[in-house]
Design a protein around this ligand. Sequence first.
Ligand SMILES: Cc1ncc(COP(=O)(O)O)c(C=O)c1O
Length: 420
Amino acid sequence: MIIDLLTDSGTSAMSSEQWAGMLRGDESYAGARSWFRFRDVLRDLTGMPHILPTHQGRASERILFELIGGKGKVIPSNNHFDTTRGNIEHSGAEAVDLVIEEGTQPRHRHPFKGNVDIAKLEALIARVGSANIPVCMVTVTNNSGGGQPVSLANLRDVRAVCQQHTIPLFLDACRFAENAYLIKQREPGQQDRSPRDIAREMFSLADGATISAKKDGLVNIGGVLLMRDDALAAKADNLLILTEGFVTYGGLAGRDLEAMAQGFTEVLNEDYLRYRLASVQYLGEHLLRAGIQIVEPPGGHAVYIDAAAFCPHIPRERYPGQALVCGLYRHAGIRAVEIGSVMFGRDDIESGTTASRPPMELVRLAIPRRVYTQSHIDYVVEATVELFGERDRLRGLKITEAPPVLRHFTAKFEELPATS
Ligand SMILES: Cc1ncc(COP(=O)(O)O)c(C=O)c1O
């Protein structure tokens, strides 16, 4: 492999200050200095009183949904990420995606395609009743929907609806800094604010958040669960102790808390955010110029290729996204990931029938933070454009083995002959 664009999660290069923090880490079991530093940084950023460290995002999700999920409950979001949906469904609850219509159309250049459709949210509340909605989630940026940002105006509207129906609002805030910078760039009236100021307002609208620190925390491992509710936090503390670790380290070492505290501070540096978003934009616009359809405009952490448009000769039940992932790897040693029917579809492998499909067949080229330079990105552009010229050679796939949940992590495939 030459370039690894499988994920931006846990793949950041840590700064010298983060590595220095690793060496300074206080490894006392309880009440370590590193814990207090971490807690203070997160409190200052989010305003949340309860800060629970976890080993990564999905551990925060598991604790939260074990406490508030369960059969009969319905949990809306713009788009749930796969582990979030998985944890909700594992608890017996139903996960519902309510992103705006523009968010499902790759060619639509809406500035905030991650926004929640307020009318759909109100209709859901009217249909299932607020008592059955223990929380409303908003994913910033919206990873499963193309890494697209959510506007402050939309967050305020979601907040107002939630408040009216006494439904807590939680952010899935893995990429809060990228979302804040896209708000600064795209939302009228926000240009003169610092990303930090915008991020703080985003958190101020929420009652809690789950965070995988492996994204905008700029670390290789770590997560956070944040909340304002004292009673819920007391229950979450107990589960944390039961399954992750004591409340002042939660499944991590003191040095990890140091690295996170530093990462959550550095990530709001405006020069860093400008460069990062510019390189994602550069990749996306160059692919578009070569006729490769992507989710427009390019999002915060990744470029999403419309695989159905890239391989029109491969039907959706033959997984065009996965075929493109294999093609990129074979052709140029570039590793990417399918976000389409493999990740979110449900089908019966035995009978070959399809139960449900996501609205788009995408391939995500996720850019690790502070790792690749412009020449690497140029290589990705050239190689993808070359493959586009030979796309007729890509072949569809069939799943031969898959687990019942989160199948994209371990599914096995067989390539089909060109005629099938
Ligand atoms: C939006 C979103 N939520 C949750 C997660 C889960 O985080 P983790 O991989 O740290 O468990 C991810 C990871 O990619 C994500 O992108």
